[in-house]
Each structure stands twice: as C-alpha cells, then as structure tokens.
Write a protein that binds this ligand. Structure first.
Ligand code: 6GU
Length: 241
C-alpha cells in the first residue's frame, strides 16, 4: 500500500518509522511518504493560509497549494502500485472533527485500498472547494477520531495510519493476534495475565491455570460481555444490554 501525507508539520510523522510500521516500510509492504504542503507554495513566505471570506476568527488554508499537491500525488497513483489490478484513483482522507467517525470497520475498509492520501488541515480548516476538487481525483472521506477537538489533522492521521497499517497482510506477524483485539468482534478484549501467578497478594484467576481450554474460552467470552456491558453498553445489541 502507498500512503501519502500532506502536512505543514511533516516531522510529526517521524514516529511512524518505529516498530511494526517501520518494519513494514523496510520490508516494502508499506510505502509511506510524508510531504510538506509548503513545497507547493511559490511566494517568499511560503504562505498556506489567509483570512476567511465573510469574517470570523482564525485563518483558513488557501486552496492553491492543496490543488497542486493533490494533482501531483493523485497522478502518481497508477505508478504507485504497479500491479495490473491496482486501483488507479486514490482514496483522499481529510481528518476533520466534522467528519464521519473512524472505527475499526473504517480501518478495515481503508486497509484494502492501494493508495491513500491524507490531507492534514490546520487553523480553522481548509477552503471548502478543495474537498470538491479532490472528489474529481479520487474518493474523498472526511473522518473524525471522535467528539473532541485537536489542533490539526496530524495526530488523527497518525492514529488512522497505525490502525489501518496493522491490518495490511504481513504487517502484524501473527494474524491471530488481530482477531482477539478489542472491537474486532464488536466486544472489548478479555483481561490478560502473565507470570507470576501471585503478585502483591493478587492471584491470577484460577480458571486460567486449569488447562481446560473450553472452560477458559467460555470464561473469556463472559469477561468480554461483562466488560462491554459495564464500560461500553453502546457497543452491545439492544437485547444484550
Ligand atoms: Cl480528525 N481532526 C481534528 N482537528 N480534531 C479532531 C479530529 C480530527 N478527530 C477528533 N478531533
């Protein structure tokens, strides 16, 4: 998979060279390219923002650098993946608190794409015409991490790239560990324990030492349901809640 990121703070993304996603890049499974939006400015101050039409607080990101950057990145989509079956149009994601909420289902959906472009907005947002124009180059998605406000799209983009990247085949070494995660089956994860069996007067639940795999499996299921009921009843179907 090819992922391009457009940001005025490209160094935010240095952390993505660490750990599993870093290995995926070295292994050629993930081609991640972070680009400074200011590369597509031509004035002396490399300006990316301006005052809003109609007045109001803050600044708005100018459309011109976005248009040039998206043209360049989208035109390399066909060349990006090389396989005959590859999609030639990118999926263009704009992190925004005004977007659809990003979930594990969104991550699964996006992990099947050949080419993602993330456009990280700052200030009060991006000129609305950029979203309309982007739709002529690929599928546009406005995506939010949840109902709170961040200063820009960078941290949200990093979270999404990590959630999507770990679903690409070969990125997580043991695919079974993907299945047992919170949210993969619509429930929260069961509790985990390791040695020692007693730590600071606290014992590991007896059932886990029994060696009876069927009993362990049903205990874990019960724990998942119980935690989900207590912490996230919104995840349960009406009748289980
Ligand atoms: Cl995707 N962007 C910003 N700026 N704030 C957010 C968000 C995204 N998701 C939640 N808050």
């Amino acid at each position: 998979m090819r992922i391009d990121v457009l940001s005025i703070f490209p160094s935010y993304f240095d952390g993505l060279t660490l750990s599993l996603l870093g290995k995926a890049q070295s292994a050629g499974i993930l081609d991640l390219r972070v680009r400074d939006l200011r590369e597509w400015t031509s004035d002396r101050h490399r300006t990316v923002d301006d005052t809003p039409y109609g007045g109001g607080a803050g600044m708005v990101m100018k459309p011109e650098p976005w248009g040039l950057a998206l043209d360049e990145l989208a035109s390399s989509s066909a060349e990006a993946t090389r396989t005959a079956a590859a999609q030639t149009r990118p999926t263009i994601i704009f992190p925004s608190p005004a977007g659809e909420v990003f979930t594990q289902a969104t991550a699964r959906d996006l992990s099947t794409r050949d080419h993602l472009i993330f456009g990280c907005g700052r200030y009060e947002g991006i000129d609305e015409r950029v979203f309309e124009y982007a739709a002529s180059l690929g599928e546009v998605r406005l995506v939010s991490l949840g109902d709170y406000v961040l200063n820009g799209g960078e941290v949200a983009t990093m979270a999404m790239i990590e959630a999507i990247g770990r679903l690409i085949p070969g990125v997580v070494g043991n695919p079974e560990s993907l299945v047992e995660e919170s949210h993969e089956d619509g429930l929260l994860e069961y509790p985990s324990y390791t040695k020692p069996s007693v730590w600071r007067d606290r014992s590991v639940p007896e059932v886990l030492l029994s060696g009876n795999h069927a009993v362990i499996a049903s205990w874990r299921r019960e724990q998942q349901l119980e935690r989900t009921r207590r912490r996230r009843p919104d995840l349960l179907p009406e009748d289980d809640a």
